[in-house]
Design a protein around this ligand. Structure first.
Ligand SMILES: NC(=O)c1ccc[n+]([C@@H]2O[C@H](COP(=O)([O-])OP(=O)(O)OC[C@H]3O[C@@H](n4cnc5c(N)ncnc54)[C@H](OP(=O)(O)O)[C@@H]3O)[C@@H](O)[C@H]2O)c1
Length: 223
């Protein structure tokens, strides 16, 4: 039985990862911030862990909390969009700190801890976004979010160099434009389609995918 960790599993894409992996018989640990979300994970057969990626003490303790686990798949899914801007306008300091903390600082604090919990041959995925691609950029919308996901991509790419030597495959995913609270009702695809695609990619991923930026359907994206 494989063990899967999903960080940020209360709703949207993260919750769908939990639903699908648990339905497939995996042992799933999902992190949530509220007790009612923990109850929902239990109903799905998953083990909830109360965890806020902005809580410095909890982040420092995550490795110890998970001590003894051997993870086959770890997914950093937690993310925030921040201000819904459409122009190159200066972000407020609080917005900047919140978005960069959730989308960049926390994964940079958590990935080194996951490295020692992942099995050789294990997979580490971060939920990035095509909006973080510097070379594919053609719009100014969500300027701060774009910058944060570009930074997350850089963090993942460097981690892949090191974790790759342990046989761990690291992937930055664009999940598609997905109908969730963040993606909105008018998005292209539902969470089930997005997650089924990413799970297929993860299931077949090998060293040749390490350090890649991939669409949910496996197509490679330019950084
Ligand atoms: N939807 C899209 O079209 C789309 C496109 C590209 C990339 N993405 C990325 O995919 C990931 C999931 O997106 P989504 O659409 O499912 O978003 P969502 O519906 O807004 O859900 C965001 C998830 O992140 C969690 N989260 C946020 N801040 C957190 C914190 N401080 N600590 C722990 N968990 C936290 C939320 O938990 P709470 O319920 O506790 O807030 C929730 O589970 C994000 O990283 C997003 O940037 C989404």
């Amino acid at each position: 039985m494989s063990t899967v960790l999903v960080i940020g599993a209360s709703r949207g894409i993260g919750l769908e990862f939990v639903r699908q992996y648990a339905a497939d018989g995996a042992r799933v640990i999902g992190t949530v911030r509220r007790a009612e979300d923990a109850a929902r994970l239990r109903e799905l057969g998953a083990k909830p862990l109360l965890f806020d990626v902005l809580d410095e003490a909890a982040v420092a303790e995550l490795g110890a909390q998970l001590h003894g686990e051997t993870l086959d798949i770890a997914i950093y899914n937690a993310g925030v969009y921040g201000p819904r801007t459409s122009a190159v306008s200066a972000p407020g300091g609080l917005d900047f700190d919140a978005v960069m903390h959730t989308n960049v600082r926390a994964p940079m604090q958590i990935i080194p801890q996951l490295a020692s919990l992942l099995a050789a041959g294990g997979k580490l995925a971060v939920l990035s976004s095509r909006m973080g691609s510097i070379s594919l950029m053609s719009s100014t919308s969500g300027w701060l979010y774009r910058v944060s996901k570009a930074a997350l991509n850089s963090a993942l790419r460097a981690a892949a160099i090191e974790l790759g030597t342990q046989g761990i495959v690291c992937i930055a995913f664009h999940p598609g434009w997905v109908r969730t609270d963040m993606g909105g009702a008018g998005a292209d695809i539902d969470a089930a389609t997005s997650v089924a695609g990413m799970r297929r990619v993860l299931a077949s991923a090998n060293a040749s995918q390490n350090g890649k930026f991939l669409n949910f359907n496996g197509e490679q994206l330019a950084w």
